[in-house]
Design a protein around this ligand. Structure first.
Ligand code: GTP
Ligand code: MG
Length: 205
């Protein structure tokens, strides 16, 4: 898919104030610093579109970006940033929960996982929560430039095995490096396939 146009639309904490035009949207979630905003910039080819930072906790709002006037990419705050303190984490969790529970336009949630780590409790709990709420999601292993191909294969296999302990079917799995600009085509093709189904849906007679 060719991204001809990518524009920032709105940031807020309340899903009710997000765009209400019914266009499909694809949101990015994961622990703070996992690379959500960087991935949005890499996918759109616009370096400063989403704000990134080497310090965790940069994105604190729900950010909508309109792509090709047809669909949205959504940058969400990260969960689990310890330094934010209990109150701060709860505040962010309220925003995330409200978005996930109430956002009807959410078509697919991309859950980002740092490919360097073993399966983490906080991520596994988050995945189970998605299952409980019936939210469609895909997994993206990020920062693949930081480990070897063999280690990446090993870590992804470990993760899949862990997920198979509780899930009958695995979600789609992607891997990416915003640094090396890899994974872009696979992720955009996946979005395009879903968009094609939604946007060209023949109205029921
Ligand atoms: P929060 O908004 O704080 O939740 O973080 P985020 O998940 O949006 O992460 P962000 O995109 O801001 O990136 C965090 C840090 O990781 C930045 O220093 C990025 O440059 C770095 N980073 C992101 N993706 C990659 C990647 O693929 N490879 C490498 N080497 N670094 C990356
Ligand atoms: Mg961010």
């Amino acid at each position: 898919m060719n991204i001809k146009k990518a524009e920032f639309v709105i940031s807020n904490t309340d899903p009710a104030k997000c765009p209400q035009d019914g266009r499909p949207e694809y949101a990015f979630i994961g622990r703070s610093n996992v690379g959500k905003s960087s991935l949005i910039n890499m996918l759109t080819g616009r370096k400063g579109l989403a704000m990134t930072s080497s310090t965790p906790g940069k994105t604190q709002l729900i950010n909508h970006f309109l792509i090709n006037d047809e669909w949205y990419l959504v940058d969400l705050p990260g969960y689990g940033y310890a330094q934010r303190g209990k109150k701060g984490r709860e505040k962010i969790q309220v925003i995330i929960d409200a978005y996930l529970d109430r956002r009807e336009a959410l078509t697919c949630l991309f859950l980002l996982l740092d490919c360097r780590h073993e399966p983490q409790k906080i991520d596994l709990e988050f995945i189970n929560r998605l299952g409980g709420s019936g939210i469609p999601f895909a997994v993206v292993f990020t920062k693949t430039d930081k480990i070897s191909q063999s280690k990446l294969t090993e870590n992804i296999a470990k993760y899949k095995a862990r997920l198979m302990e509780t899930w009958e079917e695995l979600p789609p799995v992607f891997s990416s490096s915003s640094e090396r600009k890899t994974g872009k085509e696979d992720i955009l093709n996946y979005i395009e396939e879903i968009n094609h189904l939604i946007l060209n849906r023949i109205p029921a007679k």
